[in-house]
Design a protein. Structure first.
Length: 77
């Protein structure tokens, strides 16, 4: 697997462990038409979260395809 998929898998596992799988899946489904805008927001936030634990996830979610992959991973678990 590539690094992007591994990172998204880890994010999905964190969401699931926190007990937020269902709310996150609903939110991601609602934002589905806005994947490109969501990725741009993540790209904008990258300098704000640099050096924190959120930095790798902001980098992953800066790509529109990552939102669809995260949705798929959460629905599979």
């Amino acid at each position: 697997m590539d690094d992007r998929h591994d990172g998204l898998q880890k994010l999905a596992e964190h969401i699931d462990r926190a007990g937020l799988r269902a709310p996150a899946a609903i939110l991601l489904d609602l934002l589905c038409p806005l994947d490109v805008i969501s990725s741009q927001i993540a790209q904008f936030a990258r300098p704000l979260v640099r050096g924190t634990g959120l930095d790798p996830y902001a980098g992953l979610l800066a790509e529109a395809a990552s939102w669809q992959e995260l949705r798929r991973l959460l629905s599979r678990q």
